[in-house]
Design a binder for this molecule. Structure first.
Ligand SMILES: Cc1cc2nc3c(=O)[nH]c(=O)nc-3n(C[C@H](O)[C@H](O)[C@H](O)COP(=O)(O)O)c2cc1C
Length: 298
């Protein structure tokens, strides 16, 4: 089966999940391609080559990180540019978020609507908890646990997709309304993006300029940084900055700088750090995941 997975990932978590999906589908004998949608919404239309890939695949997957209980505008913009299919095609959606809250399940409502209007038959949806890239930094041990759990869940989810078993996420009541209200984050993000500043620690390595998915950052001839109005607040620039020199406007106290190592806990002291982070919702998420993983093993 030909499978195409398109994804957006601000700081790498969704990319990890997308690659895990690709790996698990490939080892089951499928021909899988993954495509990052960075920059694809800058033009009115998707590249013709990608449109052909979309039309020719047997199964289509799309992944994104949850932003304010919604899919990021780049994922919605991408979905709006998808071709309307002549014949309906099966599709699956996956996302990741910093919290295991059920409310996050409403994030795919608009995206699934857009996909269905283009004749993508969304039969499977999956959510994974991955470390926060804004608000606060999860401990490395917690990040490890999240990634380890996601890696154990993806093969089970892939099996469900391949067996043709439907799996849709349960929504909370009034989900559509809540998601609609929370989409104000999108213009709030654009506004806040204009308030980004660069501190004196900047070494002008250009990582932020070159990696911005909407090409929103530029350096003037005088060496000054300019942040435009297309910011997604994906946090990539601030996260990747080697000097922690980017100030993210009103939300600077929520900044998370530097990649997660996803390393295994080394000693008891570190393990305790992880335990402190394990609030009720996280405990429930891990318990449910463990139960499912163990059930499949027996
Ligand atoms: C602007 C923004 C909004 C976010 N909103 C939510 C949210 O509503 N719920 C949640 O659990 N996580 C939220 N997160 C956290 C991300 O979904 C999470 O860190 C995710 O793993 C990032 O994936 P990525 O590395 O692929 O970008 C938000 C992150 C950002 C940057």
């Amino acid at each position: 089966m030909k499978i195409l997975i398109c994804y957006f990932s601000g700081t790498g978590n969704t990319r990890r999940i997308a690659e895990s999906f690709a790996y698990n589908l490939q080892v089951r004998g499928n021909d899988v391609q993954t495509v990052s949608i960075d920059g694809l919404t800058l033009e009115k239309k998707l590249p013709q080559e990608l449109v052909q890939q979309i039309e020719q695949c047997d199964l289509f997957g799309i992944g994104y990180p949850v932003y304010a209980f919604n899919a990021p505008p780049i994922a919605l913009g991408f979905a709006k540019r998808l071709p309307r299919l002549v014949q309906s095609k099966r599709a699956f959606v996956f996302n990741c978020s910093g919290e295991p809250l059920k409310l996050n399940n409403i994030s795919s409502l608009k995206l699934c609507g857009l996909l269905r209007r283009r004749r993508f038959d969304v039969t499977n949806e999956y959510h994974y908890c991955m470390p926060y890239n804004i608000m606060f930094r999860h401990s490395d041990e917690m990040a490890h646990k999240m990634w380890e759990t996601a890696q154990a869940l993806v093969p089970l989810d892939v099996e469900e997709i391949l067996q043709g078993q439907k799996h849709l996420l349960k929504r909370v009541k009034c989900g559509k309304l809540i998601a609609w209200v929370m989409r104000c984050q999108q213009w709030g993000g654009q506004l806040n993006g204009r308030m980004y500043r660069v501190s004196k620690d900047c070494v002008k390595c250009g990582k932020c300029v070159n990696s911005c998915p909407t090409h929103n950052i530029r350096i003037t001839k005088k060496g000054k940084f300019r942040f435009g109005g297309k910011c997604l607040m994906c946090m990539r620039c601030a996260h990747l900055c080697p000097k922690n020199a980017i100030k993210i406007g009103m939300f600077n106290s929520w900044k998370v700088n530097g990649p997660y190592t996803f390393a295994q806990p080394k000693n008891e002291q570190e393990q305790q750090k992880y335990n402190k982070m394990l609030t009720k919702a996280y405990a429930q998420y891990f318990d449910e995941a463990e139960r499912r993983i163990n059930n499949e093993k027996h």
